[in-house]
Design a binder for this molecule. Structure first.
Ligand SMILES: NC(=O)c1ccc[n+]([C@@H]2O[C@H](COP(=O)([O-])OP(=O)(O)OC[C@H]3O[C@@H](n4cnc5c(N)ncnc54)[C@H](O)[C@@H]3O)[C@@H](O)[C@H]2O)c1
Length: 431
């Protein structure tokens, strides 16, 4: 690192965000100890393996092994640490609010770490969490330790690039020294730093995800209307996106958004509003449209096949998007559970989805290739737009199906071309 001091950083959580944060901070020249409570994960990392798939991450970890270590041990994590980065998961609780128990467990473990200069929360949290953490730190004799919210906007599948070249680095800090410390820590990252108060930084993260989800649900509603009026949503989205005030991003129609962030963060924002007595009407509709979008696909298949009972349906792609192994809240999980409930037989294919963390049906129904999954099927659904699907011999696959019904849930394929091959082709919002 040039020009700024190297720091000793403790990262809590070796998941998607903690690993990327730890590796990238090490790449920037800092000494980083990443702690997780999952012994299997830590053992894998210590043996040089990476427990998740994220492009470029494995190489970056290997390149920085002198400065980047992994441990279960709290003492080793905090030994000499100047900054504690909290990257633990914040899943939804039974009430829909974010479950902050892991955050509190980390904060509690910092008691006695009087040598820390700052505690930084990168996990996505409700507005007001920082104030509560601040109070807990004060009560634990850590009033001299700064606090910052530094939300992460990275997208899985391009998380390393996003960290090193972000659209912006948001730092919400209650004092200038902490804001400067965390700004300096990012020296070498190409992106503007935006400093603000803690609550606003927490809100930026939730508002950003909600707006992205809104754009997708919006174009999905337009897609439904296109189906009913004979317009082609692909043409509509292309032209709408050329308006510089709107832009082309997140205007891709499909069978609904999923993943570890959008569903949980939009629900958490909705609950945050409810807790203040305010009902976020637009966001509620955005969530509802998304839920419907997944179920509509099943109804369309049912309409085409007459019934789903006894039908064999191949799901092509399981992860919530290509380029990741993450199946959390993926559309495939909703489709599979609806299909199974209707009495259909599910088969599936995915090049990356991580077995073990997924629904039980995956291990028994997974095939090595899309063609294998489609053989003898009554319908196939493109759930995730993996580039491998472009390479499928669709003519051969159609011939091997019991009925060549294809629901292209990501508008990945050419409708006319697929129909010419004999498929009954259904896309999203295409005539
Ligand atoms: N995944 C994303 O794309 C993404 C993007 C932006 C923000 N976020 C947010 O970042 C946070 C982390 O997400 P993730 O996807 O990395 O989660 P994850 O589930 O992949 O990883 C969390 C890790 O924290 C570990 N952990 C739990 N309690 C711990 C403790 N007390 N000490 C140390 N480790 C502990 C878990 O074992 C797990 O390995 C969440 O708040 C999420 O909303 C995620």
């Amino acid at each position: 690192m040039v020009g700024k001091p190297e720091r000793q950083v403790a990262v809590f959580g070796a998941g998607y965000i903690g690993l990327v944060t730890g590796a990238c901070l090490a790449e920037l020249g800092h000494r980083v100890v990443v702690r997780d409570i999952d012994p299997e994960k830590v053992a894998l990392l210590r043996s040089g393996d990476v427990p998740i798939y994220e492009p470029g991450l494995g190489d970056m970890i290997a390149r920085n092994k002198e400065r980047l270590t992994f441990t279960l041990d709290l003492g080793e994590t905090l030994d000499g640490a100047e900054i504690a980065y909290v990257c633990v998961d914040t899943p939804p609780s039974a009430s829909g609010d974010a479950d902050l128990s892991r955050i509190w467990s980390v904060v509690k473990s910092l008691e006695g770490a009087t040598h820390l200069k700052a505690v930084v929360v990168k996990s996505t949290v409700p507005v007001g969490t920082g104030a509560r953490v601040r109070a807990a730190l004060d009560a634990a004799g850590l009033a001299h330790v700064g606090y910052a919210a530094n939300p992460e906007f990275t997208a899985e599948g391009r998380a390393v690039t996003d960290f090193m070249r972000p659209d912006r680095i948001v730092i919400g800090a209650s004092d200038e020294a902490t804001a400067q410390l965390i700004t300096d820590l990012h020296h070498g990252v190409e992106g503007p730093v935006v400093v603000m108060d803690v609550r606003s930084a927490e809100m930026v993260k939730l508002a950003s995800n909600a707006l992205l989800a809104t754009k997708i649900s919006f174009i999905n509603e337009i897609a439904t209307l296109c189906e009913k009026t004979g317009a082609d949503v692909e043409e509509v989205a292309r032209a709408v996106g050329l308006d510089h005030r709107l832009g082309p991003h997140f205007l891709r129609p499909g069978i609904g958004w999923g993943g570890s962030c959008f569903p949980k963060d939009s629900e958490a924002l909705r609950q945050l509003a409810s807790n203040t007595g305010y009902h976020l009407q637009l966001l509620s509709a955005v969530i509802e449209v998304n839920n419907l979008q997944k179920r509509r696909a099943i109804q369309q298949l049912k309409d085409e096949l007459g019934t789903l009972a006894g039908m064999r349906v191949a799901l092509l792609g399981l992860t919530f998007k290509p380029g990741t192994d993450d199946m959390r809240e993926a559309t495939s999980t909703v489709l599979a559970s609806r299909l199974l409930a209707e009495g259909a037989e599910v088969r599936c294919w995915d090049p990356m989805a991580r077995p073990g963390e997924v629904e039980p049906w995956v291990s028994t129904t997974r095939h090595a290739t899309p063609e294998e999954a489609m053989a003898g099927a009554d319908a196939a659904v493109v759930v995730t737009e993996w580039p491998q699907l472009k390479e499928v011999d669709w003519a051969r696959a159609a011939a091997a199906m019991r009925r060549p019904v294809l629901f292209d849930g990501r508008n990945l394929l050419d409708p006319a071309g697929m129909r010419a091959l004999g498929y009954t082709y259904m896309g999203v919002g295409r005539p």
